[in-house]
Design a protein around this ligand. Structure first.
Ligand SMILES: [Zn+2]
Length: 84
């Protein structure tokens, strides 16, 4: 029998939801959880960018559809592009 795994207790500052996790407080996902927000970064898919260039101005709409919002810290995809 090895030592039992350490459980960490967190509270989401936004939802006040209690979270029990095996991940330590310095884990990127837990940093986000404790901060109550993600360090978001918006990226446009290559299809959207090409569409915006070649079918301007209609392609700009496609560019927005191909948008992807990702967390820089924990890597969680917050918003996925519709054609991703
Ligand atoms: Zn995050």
């Amino acid at each position: 029998m090895g030592p039992s795994p350490t459980l960490y207790h967190y509270r989401n500052p936004v939802t006040q939801e209690a979270v029990v996790s095996l991940l330590p407080p310095d884990h990127p996902e837990m940093v986000c959880l404790q901060a109550g927000e993600h360090d978001t970064e918006t990226k446009f898919g290559i299809l959207g960018i090409l569409a915006a260039i070649f079918w301007f101005p209609l392609g700009v709409g496609l560019c927005i559809l191909d948008r992807r919002v990702k967390c820089r810290r924990c890597g969680q995809v917050i918003e996925d592009g519709m054609c991703g």
